[in-house]
Write a protein that binds this ligand. Structure first.
Ligand code: UN1
Length: 512
């Protein structure tokens, strides 16, 4: 192994507590400043994984310079050759899945099943985007003039800055970095403060797959220190961001003066609609997984369940009973079903919203308390929490909490359920549980979100369809699927006139 910052393949007990390094121009290098912050497990604050450098504008400047220098060569590498590196990366990530998942669980808390799934999502994306290396379809269309050829092709844009969230520490970076690379761009990657080790592991996998130096660069640190200089840098052409709506708005503003292309993937307040004809057992399973999977820390989390009044009580009783049985603990323990919140700040947000819900008059049906005894005392644990009798105007029904808190609302009809689902600022994901195909299709058409499920929860998107949302969730772009290529490439329309004479479009009419 060449990477100083590499965590793989050391087992956890062997991992030294060291200061992580940035990856710039193919080398693991220290940040200019010696300032660091700790990467500690949210399940056990005594467990120190490493120290994270507070990179600054100088480090970002070097990373952008390396990415810029690598661009002319990488841009001209045939896309199928670029794709071969992604195929190898898919295999490497798959081979290292267990280790990468263990490190991820340790640094951000979600359970091992889910961190393995996170790595798998990056494997899937690497395979999908490697395939794009041999497709990346453009259009070839007939010209209106004789002896003239017309086609469109994708061209890379340049240096892309990727600013990612901690809840999917390898999957979400893969959604951005892999399409950018296959299109021929180079990258500076600024991961979330809470998941630097997973970012290092992901970058190392790509380096080991044979990515040329400078094509992918990693700068660790916080938003103001390492993120802001990326937004302001004149040589960065694209910014792709996953995180909160508040930060996304600031990013969009910061990128406006230099006309960067900005892709934003932000919050959600996703609803599951449960109709009176639904298979209730299935709906309860879905609401549990959608609401408490990843401790509710998914932008796709089912933080609202809108239940038809005829089955409201039956659903609520079963849902609450099941929520009470969820085993909360360290995600490294295979028996754990729900891990901690990622940080004290995130947990405080949960606690704050529990208080808000109570003040607003919602009924706390279960949970509502921080878990502080025994092994829980060292981490950021909270009971799975269900609020019943929530109304749509309450803040707990409108604002993204990003924690294990689910609001249950009642409705009298499909129309009302759809109206409630749409009556929030966000539009990422939604779902309906019904046996009635007509109801399913009406909801599929009328719920205004980027993702919709029938008889499945709001989480669990697959990489080969577009991922993203409407309204305050995004800014019109989508990641994943072939839609991702639209973020990381620009169309060029090419006309080839082989008539040997001047032909004027729209003016010269060809006789037939
Ligand atoms: C996110 O929460 O930012 O659909 C991503 C899902 C996952 C991805 C979630 N495949 O829930």
């Amino acid at each position: 192994m060449t990477g100083y910052g590499t965590l793989w393949p050391m087992s956890m007990s062997e991992t030294p507590v060291s200061t992580y390094r940035n990856f710039i121009d193919g080398q693991w290098v220290p940040a200019e400043s010696a300032a660091t912050f700790d990467n500690r497990s949210p399940a056990n604050q005594d467990d120190l994984l490493g120290r994270v450098p507070m990179s600054s504008a100088a480090d970002v400047g070097q990373a952008v310079a390396a990415a810029r220098a690598a661009f002319p060569h990488w841009r001209l590498a045939p896309a199928p050759r670029r794709a071969e590196i992604l195929y190898r990366a898919a295999q490497i990530l798959s081979d290292r899945k267990q280790d990468l998942a263990a490190t991820m669980t340790r640094e951000m808390g979600k359970i091992l099943d889910e961190t393995r799934g996170d790595v798998q999502e990056a494997v899937d994306m690497a395979q999908l985007m490697a395939g794009e290396g041999r497709r990346m379809y453009g259009q070839t269309v007939p010209s209106e003039l004789r002896d003239k050829f017309a086609m469109s092709l994708r061209q890379p844009i340049g240096v892309c800055g990727m600013i990612t969230a901690w809840n999917f520490p390898i999957a979400v970076p893969s959604w951005k970095i892999l399409p950018a690379l296959v299109c021929g761009n180079t990258v500076v990657f600024k991961p979330a403060e809470e998941a630097p080790a997973s970012a290092i592991n992901f970058v190392q996998a790509l380096a080991d797959a044979g990515l040329p130096k400078g094509v992918l660069n990693l700068v660790l640190g916080d938003g103001p220190g390492a993120g802001a200089p990326l937004l302001a840098h004149p040589d960065v052409s694209v910014i792709s961001f996953t995180g909160s709506t508040e930060t996304g708005r600031l990013i969009n503003q910061a990128c406006a003066p230099t006309f960067k292309k900005v892709h934003l993937e932000m919050g959600g307040k996703n609803a599951i609609l449960v109709m009176d004809d639904a298979n209730l057992e299935l709906a309860v399973d879905g609401a549990l997984w959608g609401g408490f999977g990843t401790t509710g820390q998914r932008c796709t989390a089912a933080s609202r369940v809108v239940v038809h009044e005829k089955v409201y009580k039956a659903f609520l009783d079963a849902f609450v009973a099941r929520a009470k049985t969820l085993r909360v603990g360290d995600g490294l323990d295979p028996n754990t079903q729900m891990g901690p919140s990622v940080s004290e700040a995130q947990l405080q947000r949960v606690i704050e919203y529990v208080a808000i819900g109570q003040q607003e008059g919602a009924r706390l049906a279960t949970g509502g308390t921080r878990l502080t005894t025994g092994a829980w005392s060292k981490g950021f644990f909270h009971e799975p929490t269900v609020f019943a009798d929530v109304t749509r105007s309450m803040r707990i029904a409108r604002e993204e909490i990003f924690g294990p808190v689910v609001s249950v609302l009642s409705c009298a009809s499909l129309d009302e359920a759809i109206d409630i689902a749409n009556d929030v600022a966000y539009g990422l994901s939604a779902s309906i549980y019904t046996q009635d195909i007509n109801k399913a299709f009406v909801a599929m058409r009328d719920v205004y979100t980027g993702i919709f499920y029938v008889n499945a929860p709001t989480i669990g998107a697959e990489v080969h369809l577009p991922f993203g949302g409407t309204k305050a969730t995004g800014n019109g772009h989508r990641e994943a699927g072939t839609a991702a290529l639209d973020v990381f490439s620009e169309w060029k329309s090419v006309y080839v006139d082989f008539s040997g004479k001047l032909q004027r479009a729209q003016i010269d009419v060809v006789d037939i």
